[in-house]
Every structure is written in structure tokens, then in C-alpha cells.
Design a protein around this ligand. Structure first.
Ligand code: SF4
Length: 265
């Protein structure tokens, strides 16, 4: 039977298998074995889903920056984000890559999907380490179209695409947003400025720039681990902190639709 990661290049496969091995031994790192049965997502709200769908359709037609034309010329797909309409946890990355924009999956309804390449595979395993599944979280990007040759998105492209991200956050109303990489951290953390290194923002919760009740937890992008596998343990530790905070918040919840301040334990 083909391995779930066999379509990735060999060095990535090796890394994924190492991560899997680490996960099997996760008790060594103090990670609980029992799943976090904490009721993700909230009670479905059909209207929220509809609003997200209409943003996705806008993104599909969008030409607000040059990435839209480049995508159209390449026959690439827009990647507006995916996940429950009212997830407790949202993950925001930078921009789609080759795997994301060329996904062929009927369930994606003609869109690409965020984080399905090597970084995404790693993200799944990291989420698994804190007992979260991909379907528990809403995942998006700062830019919805792939920059050519996977370069960093330009400031003008980020600015053009940000309104979509901010509208989605307003609909999803997550408790916590995990900002993966500097571009996401810079546009989501209150008080952060463009050009700020993600290292200066790591290790604490920041208020979300448009709603202080929502918290942002900046992290390095999982792509960093593809080149720096030694950083994996530290990365796990950061995920453990946020996983423990989510668990604590859910345990103290009085009803499943309640919104409450989110804090570190
Ligand atoms: S990156 Fe965003 S703003 Fe630019 S064309 Fe794509 S959807 Fe529109």
C-alpha cells in the first residue's frame, strides 16, 4: 500500500518518518496520549459558512494585485482557506505554494487548499502532537494566490489581500490564531510593524489587531523545520503551551457557543 507521504521528495519523507517516530514517543515530552475531546468546532452556523463561501468566490475572481493575473495565466487555483466556519483555532500562513494551488480534490470544489505540501504534512503532525486534527482548525494565508517561484509576497500584495483575511477572522471569531511565519505575525499582532522579525514576537500571546478578545500566538513557519529539523523539540514545546491553553479554555467553558478571554495557563 502506498505510504501517505510517498509522493513527497525523499528528504521530506525521511523527515516525516522521524517526526512520526517522535510522536510515537511523545510521552517522553510530557504530551498527553488521550485525545483532546473538547468539542471542536462550535455548533455549526449555516450563515457563517455561507459568508465564507462568498468570500471564497470573490477570491476566485480577484485581480486586486498582480498575483491574480499570474495565477490566471498559470491556470493555478485560488486558495481562500479551509476549515470549520466557527473553529476555536485558526492558523494563518503566508501564501500558497505549488502543491496548494495545484491540488486536485473534488472536495475542494475547484479551489486550492492551504498547507497540503511538505510544510502542511509537517503541520498535520505538529497538530497531532497537541491532539488537534486539521478538521478542527480553520486554515488560511495572508495571500490567497501563489507568488511566482514561491517568493515572499510583496507588501502591496499583502495589503491587497488582507481585507479577505480580516473579514474571515471576523466571521470565524476564533479564540486563538496561530500566526505561522513573520508575514502573518506582522499583520495580526497588535502593535507589530512590517519588517518586524518573528523572533521578536515569539513566546507570548498578542491581542489581535482588530479585536483584543482574540489572541495571536506567533510561531515560525513549519517550512523552517524542513531545513532545521533540530528545531523540532522547541517547536513542539511551543505547540504544547498553546495546546494546554486551548484545553484549559475548553474545560472552563460553560456552554459550547460561549466566547471567553483566552489566556496562557
Ligand atoms: S493575492 Fe489576494 S488580492 Fe491578490 S489577486 Fe489573489 S486574492 Fe486578490
Amino acid at each position: 500500500m502506498p505510504d501517505a507521504v510517498s509522493h513527497f521528495p525523499a528528504p521530506y519523507q525521511e523527515l516525516f518518518h522521524k517526526v512520526e517516530h517522535g510522536l510515537r514517543n511523545r510521552l517522553r515530552y510530557g504530551i498527553p496520549q488521550d485525545p483532546l475531546t473538547i468539542g471542536f468546532p462550535r455548533t455549526p452556523d449555516p450563515e457563517a459558512k455561507q459568508k465564507l463561501m462568498s468570500i471564497a468566490e470573490e477570491v476566485r475572481e480577484c485581480r486586486a494585485c498582480e498575483l491574480g493575473d499570474i495565477r490566471r495565466d498559470r491556470y493555478g487555483k485560488a486558495v481562500p482557506g479551509a476549515g470549520p466556519a466557527q473553529a476555536r483555532v485558526m492558523i494563518v500562513g503566508e501564501a500558497p505554494g505549488h502543491y496548494e494551488e495545484s491540488l486536485r480534490d473534488k472536495r475542494a470544489m475547484g479551489f486550492g487548499m492551504p498547507f497540503v505540501g511538505p510544510s502542511g504534512k509537517l503541520l498535520d503532525k505538529i497538530l497531532e502532537s497537541i491532539q488537534l486534527q486539521r478538521q478542527d482548525v480553520h486554515i488560511g494565508n495572508v495571500c490567497c494566490c501563489r507568488p511566482p517561484k514561491n517568493r515572499d509576497p510583496y507588501v502591496a500584495e499583502i495589503d491587497a489581500c488582507l481585507p479577505y483575511l480580516y473579514r474571515k477572522i471576523e466571521i470565524v471569531q476564533p479564540w486563538v490564531i496561530i500566526a505561522m511565519g513573520r508575514f502573518a505575525a506582522q499583520v495580526l499582532c497588535e502593535g507589530a510593524h512590517r519588517g518586524e522579525a518573528v523572533g521578536d514576537l515569539l513566546g507570548k500571546l498578542h491581542p489581535y489587531v482588530h479585536d483584543a478578545r482574540i489572541k495571536v500566538w506567533p510561531m515560525k513557519h513549519p517550512a523552517y523545520l524542513l531545513h532545521q529539523a533540530r528545531g523540532m523539540v522547541g517547536y513542539y514545546e511551543e505547540m504544547l503551551i498553546i495546546g494546554a491553553a486551548i484545553k484549559k479554555a475548553m474545560e472552563t467553558l460553560e456552554n459550547p457557543n460561549q466566547c471567553r478571554p483566552f489566556e496562557l495557563p
